[in-house]
Write a protein that binds this ligand. Sequence first.
Ligand code: ADP
Ligand code: MG
Length: 298
Amino acid sequence: ATPTALMVGTGRGAQLGILIRGPEVLESTRAVDTVVLDKTGTVTTGQMALQAVHTAEGGAEAAARALRLAGALEHASEHPIGRAVAEAAAAAADGPLPPVEGFRNLPGRGVEGLVEGRAVVAGREQLLADRAQHLTGPLRAAKEAAEADGRTAVVVGWDGVVQAVLVVSDVVRPTSAEAVRRLRALGLTPVLLTGDNRAAAVSVAREVGIEPGQVVAEVLPEDKAAVVRRLQKAGRTVAMVGDGVNDAAALAQADLGLAMGTGTDAAIEAADLTLVRGDLRTAADAIRLSRRTLGTIR
Ligand code: ADP
Ligand code: MG
């Protein structure tokens, strides 16, 4: 394409709500055949809310304690799950949440620290299993039921035992299903990529029209880029759309990285394109625009 056509394409992109890092980006956009979509914060709003508290002990007092201890820990986390738990805990508490000592954030896994003299850990089941805290009985059933509903379970333990399961929910962005339809109409294969559990991921995939076979779940943050690389090795030209710090390496690895404008600075800096309004439909617009600008409408 001529430099003029590229300039026009860039200007048109701005009108559509797409910020393009440089005109040359349109060239890589054109060849894309696979679009990897991060789940939380990209296909969903990432504005999570606490739905339920299940405890081993039972009763309102046990539930209040589990929420207070987990909420105190999550208060220091910037993860959407952490924010939901901390907000609910603050709303339920009489006074301020208890202080935390030795806080550790384990990206893609959870959080831990000392609260009210107890070593508390909150996060995915595997994190607790790694600390020999195993999920069994009614708490396991509560977790599985929540996940089958597309929700995320936060497992909470202290005193060496799993004590509670907190259920948080997210909502699919109202524009996501149409975005997936538009990407398909352009001949692209959508893939859903997430660190969340498989059942929740498949439930979201179904809601937006992505086949279960195209869901890659329970991927640790450091492994997201490897998933993109594997697709590239299989001959695909990959666009990745993400919003989180944990998506930055995958955005850089992809042939084309697209960041949600509502996302973190780390994602925006790693990306070639930014979807300013956080509207996933503009990902399809970007690809259509580049094909048109470069004269290769398929
Ligand atoms: P995603 O790929 O959906 O953005 P992450 O990689 O950030 O997800 O997290 C993967 C999983 O790790 C979450 O679904 C959750 O089970 C667990 N997790 C991560 N951070 C936290 C946290 N602060 N509190 C509880 N669980 C967490
Ligand atoms: Mg995300």
